[in-house]
Write a protein that binds this ligand. Sequence first.
Ligand code: BGC
Length: 875
Amino acid sequence: MQPYRLQAEHRDRPLGIGTASPRLSWSMGAASEDSPAHVRVLVASSAHALINGHADLWDSGPIPMKALNVRYAGKALGSRRRCHWRVVSADSRSDVVDSEPSWFETGMLETHDWVAEWITGPVAPRDGVQAPGSTRQQPGSTRFRLPDGLGAVTYLSRAFEVVPGEHDARLYAAALGLYHAYVNGERVDARAFAPGWTDYHKRVEYQAYDVSALLQPGRNAICLVLADGWYAGYVGFSPKRRGAFYGARAAICAQLEIGGVPVVVTDRSWHTGFGPIIWSDLLMGESRDEREALTPWLTAAPPATEVWAAITRVGSAPQRVAERGPPISTVMTVPARAVAWLAADIASIDFGQNLSGRIRLQATGDCGTEIRIRHAETLDAARLYTENLRTARAEDRIVIGPSGRIDYEPSFTFHGFRYAELKASNASLRIECAEAKVIMSALERTGRFRCGHALVQRIYDNALWSQRSNFLSVPTDCPQRDERLGWLGDAQVFARTAAYNFDVAAFFEKWLGDVLDAQRSDGAFTDIAPLIIFENGGAPGWAEAGVLVPWTLWQMYGDPDILERCWPAMQRFFEFQCRHNEDGVRRQGLNLNFGDWLNVDDDTPKELIATAFWARTAAVLRDIAAVLGEVEAEAHYGREFDRIRLAFQREFLSSEGQLHSDAQGASVLSLAFGLLTPAQHARAFNGLVAAIERRGYATCGFLSINALLPTLSAGGRSDLAYRLLLREDYPSWGYSVRHGATTIWERWDSWTPENGFQKEMNSFNHYAFGSVAEWLYRFAAGLDFDDGGVARRCIEFRPQPCDALGWCEAEYESALGSVSSAWRIAGDRLTLALAVPPAATARLHWPSGWDPIEAGSTALGPGSHRFEAARSRLP
Ligand code: BGC
């Protein structure tokens, strides 16, 4: 049995982690027939020592097989320590199987590790301040004039000397804003954006880079390019000005070390100026002028001339913390599907896929030709439809330089788009290549779903693409308009889908830090994190993300650390709810109460939603307390659940046990959260089925949509779930696909033939309704886990064969190892193929409507299993 997929702090070989006792985890792959007795984690100070079996830092000793992770508990580690490790499994015959070696490296663990100061460039370009290396810029030129309300991109530089020899060099850097770092003209890595978005009043993440290979003996140059980013740029929809939340002036600090000794750090000795990127803003776009050559400046120290301004030191800055999530990177390239010239100077490009990122454009044209690139998710009468971007200008501008050729990709902005329009200032433009670079936090893809039905496949793909488009440092609602905020409700309903598609452990752990940072002093979790715009919190279904997302992470990754970290905050949130609502019905402390957001004319009473989520919180806190061994708390939250559940039944059901509300959302939440007695449950389920039959479609909004199909399947009505899934008329998932959706629409009616585009608030790339993909994994393909999550090591296979799909399969790289579930119908025969990883068990819930050809146990052990079935004869 071979351990593989080694992770430290839920990341593969992380450089610069912020703890001296990282969590180490691994998966198990099959290698021997025998089941291992235990595993051991070995940690060494060098690769050589590890290979030689000399675990000089830590030998964990035998760890029971059921453990999914362990916290490093070896010799004390200081800052900047690289540790090499592997996992060894020994089976009962004592055969030892090693994992591949891996490593992690600690970052700057002590505040005094930092000697670098925060520095910043001039506020705005002035006449006479010229681009470094430029010979063309004349005093009085207007080239560096900024459009109103945009901040200048500044360039900061410093020369330093390196003695000959081999050097182990690291660069540590953080910015209030976004930066790119260069050593001797080379980018230090390929991150698209750094740092990510946090509450910069409280913390900013620093990055660590291995720059050993970039140094040269003698004179070296380090150059930092600094843009506004989330810190000083436009963020959200209000107020409509840059720098509204944190500060108006981007700043940076960087420390380059050789052998752990700082060699060059940001301080007063640096120089600053301007360069080809003139301004850049996440919402507005970017402007670049290729007539400004940069090369001499990047590769050597800037000349000490009057064109260089002295830097300014920044007095106060937030705490620097190690980067937690995966780096924000370009993860895919999508070539242009069609380029159409609308006029001699206007080209329209279709990338065939709505996405989040930016365009790389290779083109030729006369020097001085200006190209403006606008972006849109969709077209209206063959032209870009940009109304839904609201005030996000999403326009990039590039001026061709003397070479007459550009290979251009913006640096500090991104857009949500499928289409682009290029307008040149003359007809000399020739496009050689245009491709879209997809940017997101670089998550490892862990789940795949395939089936034999094109529409269903597209629904799944659309949910995947909406996740790709919105998991960028923070789980955002949308990537295109002037919003792009970390709404808690959206993340809450989508978290389980997200965790099937990609490994989101580190990503969500980072964001839950933002959620904790945002929590109000009265205990309410907020609607948005990082917190801006809405100071209030507690919105039902939104605030609960502070409890439900950590629980989902526990279920999917089996690491109790996130529960421990959030536990006090979760309890404070629960107390906040209790304080405001003594009788068990949640009517107070709701602040902005969005209800079952964007449902189809089928409102669930808001107090019902609020109380249902409150009860759910109590149940989950009870289960978390059990995981954490908090015996009293477990009993307490168990009682609280019973109390709120009873109050729920009293308030929202008639004395005959009938829900007062016949909204689909009301039934779904009461059923899914286990709020009813068995008799009430049966009634509510029948009511839900009747309500769906009556309307013929699902009416659910954000808060109930993820539970709708699982609730139907749990009640034995997968046929109805499929009917909703396969529907193509309005409203349905299929409706958007039929109208060309390549991502999940924000609203069921984002566009209709009768009313055209929804006004005001309309995105074509919002993942909340894409949470249907959770059902595709767990029920359609049938790859599900025990409610207690992977830690129970029990897989629940619940395949739901459907003739319309013909076949279906899902694979999931789980914390236990690879799991897969597939079914195929051929006439009246059904084949099931299931794979269970080592050290796990599984139960097959036999699909209704099919009879096994050979009776066999449905309690499965590790390995591959195949079942044949025949269609049941109708009675
Ligand atoms: C966002 C949502 C969010 C909602 C709150 C919208 O503006 O786009 O996705 O959850 O507000 O109701």
